[in-house]
Design a protein around this ligand. Sequence first.
Ligand SMILES: [Zn+2]
Length: 71
Amino acid sequence: MARKQRTFADKIAKGTGPRGEKCPVCGEVIQAIMMVRPYKTEKGTWRYRKMMVNVCKCNAKEVLVDVPDTI
Ligand SMILES: [Zn+2]
């Protein structure tokens, strides 16, 4: 029946789903996202910095909101 097929499909989906560690705090899978942030050089020109950021529920608000560049 359709139900059996669905279960099988779910198993496959699980196997190919998002991989990565789960955050021990919030239980969400930690996702690594690429962020591009503009920053101003001493010469007054703008450049872009790429960086990988690990995001889960714990820091999603801080990361996804445009925070001032402090690095
Ligand atoms: Zn978390």
